[in-house]
Design a protein around this ligand. Structure first.
Ligand code: 5AD
Ligand code: SF4
Length: 443
């Protein structure tokens, strides 16, 4: 038997990319590669990239500069760019970044071993074909960088929503759902290996649909099947598009204790005019009606969102609509971004990126300040309540404390006592910051 080669993987961007890197790890392991965490001993370095905002791409380019010296030390070192940036830039990236040997788009990971084998001295390899079918359904991802308790399972790939600002439909291609049986089997196996929380991932999980022997399984049904594996297995999911979050799904979440009471519902803007320009396909009023439905059916449900500040032509009135919507929903958590124009998207072609940088920054800061206040208010309401927390890690601040999340996806820190990772612990909340609940063991 030959000696395994060493692969170092670095992952940028979304949870989907974390899941993809685990798939890449599995494919490479089948081909005699072992994962290393020390890039100095690597034979191959893969960088799984993100194109969602320009600053994500700039960060990766800076990182490539740092890899120059590694390549000087080891002339045989192979560097591959995977994922969204590979797909967006294609050959151009090989010309611009001389140290890169391989370019592989999100649907080309099965070909990585052949791409590696095809490299001859000085030659490069590229595969950026997108697929209509690839879901990597049969691949058992390797959890090489895991706490052993929480895991992602990717249930679908691609996106066809074409929000005008977004590069994802171009980098990840057509939407396709993975076969339900393979998802459920992967979740069962993870549970048996000690995992206690699964997050089902897709760009738009609400449109999941699997046709099987005349039966069709939608997302609500899939979620239910995963929840039924074992009451001790928690289930989360991301991301939902507001346009198709159904009552059926909300009732399913309500029905099972182990489906977490936390819904990520990206709104992007509170202004109808901007939502229209963004091609979001819903209005502020429709969004509010879905939030009303969630709060009516699951009163304890946490709601989080994504907001973009400074989209094309956005004015102060639009910004105020966003701030007032935040106040109305009372979000528990928000991811907030400045608008970043992405080449070839509909917005880049049709609209002017005309909000000055300083105005974008000012508006983003207003959104951050508003959310800081809302998060604090939301957390203060939890003081005195008892929550079931899944222990995920030792607290970063103290070895005597554990950290985990409640069903609402809030981070809870509490004394370690006799508990260990993977336990469920009843914790009474004693105090909080805007980001964390701090508690004691209940009982
Ligand atoms: N500029 C800024 N933010 C963006 N997002 C997507 N595209 C862009 C862009 N061009 C944000 C959206 C999305 C999240 C994943 O990233 O809020 O929901
Ligand atoms: Fe993920 Fe989108 Fe970034 Fe691609 S561009 S890695 S899909 S966040």
């Amino acid at each position: 038997m030959g000696i395994s080669k060493k692969l170092y993987i670095e992952t940028y961007g979304c949870q989907m990319n974390v899941s993809d890197s685990e798939i890449v790890g599995a494919i490479m392991k089948e081909n005699d590669f072992d994962i290393t965490f020390d890039k100095k001993e690597a034979d191959v370095i893969f960088i799984n990239t993100c194109s969602i905002r320009d600053n994500a791409e700039q960060r990766i380019r800076k990182r490539l500069l740092e890899f120059h010296s590694l390549k000087k030390q080891n002339k045989n070192l192979i560097i591959g760019i995977l994922g969204c940036m590979a797909e967006r830039l294609k050959e151009q990236l090989l010309e611009e970044e001389k140290i890169v040997d391989i370019i592989a788009g999100p649907d080309a990971y099965r070909h990585l071993p052949q791409l590696l084998a095809s490299l001859k001295s000085g030659q490069k390899a590229i595969d950026v074909m997108l697929s209509l079918e690839e879901t990597y359904a049969d691949i058992n991802p390797i959890k090489y960088d895991s706490n052993g308790i929480t895991a992602f399972i990717s249930i679908m790939r691609g996106c066809e929503n074409f929000c005008s600002y977004c590069v994802v439909p171009y980098t990840r291609g057509k939407e396709r759902s993975r076969n339900a049986e393979t998802i459920i089997n992967e979740a069962k196996e993870l549970f048996e290996r000690g995992y206690r929380e699964i997050t089902l991932l897709g760009q738009n999980v609400n449109s999941y649909i699997c046709q099987n022997d005349g039966n069709s399984i939608n997302f609500a049904k899939l979620l239910e099947e995963v929840a039924l594996i074992n009451p001790l297995l928690r289930v989360r999911f991301a991301t939902s598009h507001p346009k198709d979050i159904s009552d059926e799904l909300i009732y399913t979440i309500a029905k099972y204790e182990n489906i977490c009471k936390s819904i990520h519902l990206p709104v992007q803007s509170g202004s109808n005019r901007i939502l229209e320009l963004m091609n979001r396909k819903y209005t502020r009023e429709y969004y509010m009606s879905r939030v009303d439905a969630i709060k009516r059916i699951i009163p304890e449900c946490a709601i989080s969102t994504d907001i973009i500040a400074g989209f094309c032509s956005e004015n102060d009135e639009d910004q105020n609509d966003t701030l007032s919507l935040m106040e109305w929903v009372k979000y528990d958590f928000v991811y907030m971004f400045n608008y970043s124009e992405r080449p070839n998207t509909a917005a880049a072609k049709k609209y002017k990126d005309d909000v000055p940088e300083n105005v974008k920054i000012k508006r983003l800061q207003q959104i951050i300040d508003k959310q800081q206040k809302l998060s604090m208010e939301s957390n203060l309401k939890d003081v005195g309540k008892v929550y079931k927390v899944l222990v995920e890690n030792i607290s970063k601040r103290s070895a005597e404390h554990l950290a985990g999340r409640n069903s609402q996806n809030k981070m809870v820190v509490f004394p370690k006592k006799q508990f260990k990772l993977g336990d469920y612990v009843q914790v009474i909340i004693k105090k909080c910051t805007a980001a964390t609940l701090i508690g004691e063991i209940a009982e």
